[in-house]
Design a protein around this ligand. Sequence first.
Ligand code: FES
Length: 174
Amino acid sequence: MFENIKNHLFDDKELKVVENHLKKFPSKKSATLPVLWMMQEKYGYISEEAMEYIGQLLEVPSDHVLGVVTFYTMYFRKPTGKIHMQVCTNVSCMLRGGYDIYHYLSDKLKIKNKEKTSDGMFSIEEVECLGSCGTAPMLQVNNQEFYENLSVEKMDGLLEELKNKYGNLEYAKY
Ligand code: FES
C-alpha cells in the first residue's frame, strides 16, 4: 500500500497497523490521530520529518499534520524528560493553586515551560483543562497518570515518588 513512499520511520509491521487504522475511517486523513500516536509511542516525540512522513502516508499536507500536533497537548514536538509533568492551570486548577504548583516546579527544577532538566529527568508543561476539575489542582505525568488534589507542600514528595518510579527508564518514554 505504501510502496511509493520512502518508509524509513515505520517498519513493515507498523505499516500493517497503519493500514488497519485506515480501514476504520472513510478518509485517510481521519487516521491522523492514531498514526501520530504510534509515532510518538515509538520515538517519544513528533519530529518535522515524522510530520512529513505521516503526511505522505495519509496523503495530506504536512501542515495538516502540524496543525493536529500543535492542537493537542498529548503530542510533543521535541523530546521530553523521562518524567514529563503537564500542570493544569485552567480555571478550576488555577483557582485552587495550579499556578503555585507550576511555579514551584519551575523554580525548583530550574526549567521553564516545555524545557527539561539537564539530566533529562524532568520536564514541565503548562496545559489547559485535563478533565479532572473536581480534583483540582492536578497534573498529568507521561500522558498516562493523573496526580490530583495537589498542593505545593506535596510537590517534593511527588518528585521523589516519580523519580523512583520512572528514573530508571533508559530513555524518556515521551
Ligand atoms: S481545570 Fe484543571 S483539570 Fe479542569
